[in-house]
Design a protein around this ligand. Sequence first.
Ligand code: MN
Length: 290
Amino acid sequence: MKLVRFDGFRIGIVRDAQVIDISDIVGASATEWPPVAMNRLIRDFAQLRPRIEQAASRSGTPLRDVTLLTPVPWPNKVIAYPVNYHDHAAEMGAAYRANTQGFFLKPPSSLSGASEPIILPAVSGRRIDHECELAIIIGKEGRDIPRERWRDHVFGYSCLIDVSVRGKEERVARKAADTFCPVGPWIVSADEIDDPAALRGRLWVNGELRQDANTRDWVLDLPGMIEMAAAIMTLYPGDIIAAGTPAGVGPIKAGDKVRIAFENVGEMILDVVQGETGRASIFRNPPDAV
Ligand code: MN
């Protein structure tokens, strides 16, 4: 099943390039704040699934006629594993790996969706890169999750771009800007992906293939990512794990079109635009002066 958020607050399923509105089943409304209807849907999915499947016979709206938003706009956290492919470690000159270094967090306010642009902050002279990553959506609350129980806690998968200002400032400050975490175009439920560690993921900029890798080359595997995060923090329904980028990261600039695709998951094409905000004092110096 493919689950989307669209047109402001609505939640839907995708069938034959049509979006079927199931907001009534989930209790999603325009006035709900914070917007946690998708978190609830994920938590209660087993009970709601029969009603959602019945709704598949409703008439829908063509996908091209809706505005696709980020599927989970208000997760408790976005966990991101840096340097989880050896070839990316080589291109960055990194001696560490995700399995020994752990993870960082991106703020939920950095999330954006498939119909929204990546807005570059006004940090002139800094390189801003794309990182092509699989998103893992947590389905069930848990702490100290042993690696053999990983499937019990995974709800589904999506495409994620970990947009990053290059430099030596704190990693979070370089990766936290609004729209620096596009996720979409939807969540594919875990039952549709036999093996998340066998997915080809690619990213293009203006049609040029920049990244092409397979999740089988993760340094820290998915059971390990869940075990490591849950050893430190309680995981909640809707939490997102960014699984790390392979080699081929590179700059994006205003006017670019960035396309990301993971096989059996989905794809989205995002515009890159220049924003007026983001002139943080930490980015005034050239990166090598820090
Ligand atoms: Mn990354």
